[in-house]
Design a protein around this ligand. Structure first.
Ligand code: GLU
Ligand code: MG
Length: 432
């Protein structure tokens, strides 16, 4: 089959935007081998499209965006847009070696290090909520809401299927005009790649249908939020045997699972700085909104930072393979590679440093009982302070990567200074 006229080679940057360059089909083979040129300072572009002041890379240096052929998908033609081949890339030094500040390399190193240290493989899935701003009004979870998004919805599921992203559920969600798409679990890096691709596919398809979508964490103060919940499970890297389930353990969470969870809870502040990182993200992360009510591990509790998800034996279902942990504090303003890499690094700290397992709050825990759980940061600035104060978490990053991340995020806080909460929500919604 003929290649589309253009192949776009993309990275996802620190604010979760896919950026890159395209080559004509005649140059695609060479680009696969040698990559295309790229600029280090591009990593310092904030979500509003501006390079943060005093970026560590300055105007110097060169990189190559080297595509990973296994990530390639074809975006179909429609509505005046030709088809396009899209490939995700690592940012490498000109000699082909790894660049310490590449977000995809950060994830790959974290996953590789985790497997080397534990013999376990991380399996993940990113569950996305988003709003179709021009969808007709219809009730939460309703068939009418689902039908109101047609033919976009059916085409999205078909597109995800045909591009190998393995759609699982497509559903009308709770908040006005909100929808959710979930994908089957996959090995960690593939799952994070799929999160990057999914957001681009949704936007492209929406444009072809003249629909406006946003993955923004929250449309307006007090509205329901849109999260990106990250589901994680651990499997023996050699045999594939599940490692989170233990029928005799509290909530069936194995000791490995309990210590892995303890790492995530212990580093909650730093993790939220990396997973919910826009000026409007913390308007979503309020108690009573089914996002995150505190830094706790909860059994089937949708206010938990980390939720032990339910299992079901219906139809011969195997709970040992189903049990997974859901990190609920992420949103689509974060980079999926950074989020996954950081979660895995935090989990590994729990295992390696032998953190005491966290209390598992049972399903029936009351609000009064949960009142004393540690809170998560209340603003992006507070979260960034937690990240810089957490020496262990700061140590997961090359100093230039951490500094650039902080510079980018601070420049975004600066860009919204003086705006009302409504204006901040809108400004963020416009770019996601
Ligand atoms: N919309 C909620 C959030 O902001 C999640 C609701 C759900 O449990 O699906 O994360
Ligand atoms: Mg949902």
């Amino acid at each position: 089959m003929a290649l589309p006229a253009l192949t776009f080679i993309a990275t996802s940057d620190l604010v979760g935007h896919a950026r890159g360059r395209s080559v004509p089909s005649s140059g695609a083979t060479q680009a696969l081998r040698r990559g295309v040129g790229w600029v280090p300072a591009n990593l310092a572009i904030n979500t509003f499209g501006e390079i943060a002041d005093d970026n560590v890379f300055g105007a110097a240096g060169d990189l190559r965006l080297v595509p990973d052929a296994t990530t390639g998908i074809d975006i179909p033609a429609g509505h005046g847009r030709p088809d396009l081949r899209l490939l995700l890339a690592d940012q490498r030094l000109p000699d082909g070696s790894e660049w310490d500040c590449c977000p995809r390399t950060f994830a790959r190193r974290a996953l590789r290090g985790f497997t080397e240290a534990t013999g376990l493989e991380v399996v993940a899935s990113f569950e996305h909520e988003f709003a179709i701003l021009d969808a007709p009004a219809a009730g939460p979870f309703s068939l009418r809401r689902l039908r109101g998004a047609e033919p976009f919805g059916t085409e999205l599921v078909e597109l995800l299927d045909s591009t190998g992203l393995q759609p699982e559920n497509w559903l009308p969600e709770y908040s006005p005009q909100q929808y959710e798409i979930t994908l089957e679990p996959a090995p960690g890096l593939i799952a994070a790649d799929r999160a990057v691709l999914l957001r681009e596919l949704v936007h492209d398809l929406a444009a072809r249908h003249e629909r406006t979508v946003t993955f923004a964490p929250i449309a307006a103060p007090g509205a329901g939020g849109s999260g990106v919940h990250v589901h994680l499970s651990l499997h023996d890297a050699r045999t594939g045997a599940p490692a989170l389930y233990d029928a005799d353990a509290p909530s069936c969470l194995s000791e490995i699972g309990a210590r892995f969870s303890a790492g995530i809870i212990r580093h909650a502040g730093a993790l939220t700085a990396l997973s919910a990182c826009s000026p409007s993200s913390y308007q979503r992360l309020a108690p009573h909104s089914w996002s995150v009510g505190g830094a706790f591990l909860g059994e089937r509790n949708r206010e938990a930072l980390l939720r032990i998800c339910p299992t079901s034996t219906l139809g011969g279902g195997d709970p040992t393979r189903q049990l997974n942990l859901e990190f609920r504090a992420a949103d689509a303003t974060a980079n999926p590679w950074i989020v996954l890499g950081a979660l895995v690094r935090a989990g590994l700290e729990g295992l390696r440093r032998g953190y005491e397992p966290e209390h598992i709050w049972p399903e029936e825990a009351t609000e009064a009982e949960l009142a004393g759980v540690p809170r998560i940061p209340g603003s992006v600035d507070e979260a960034l302070a937690a990240l810089t104060e957490d020496e262990v978490a700061a140590g997961w990053f090359h100093p230039d990567l951490l500094r650039t991340y902080l510079d980018v995020k601070r420049s975004e806080s600066e860009a919204v200074r003086g705006l009302t909460p409504e204006e901040i929500c809108r400004k963020v919604a416009d770019v996601y």
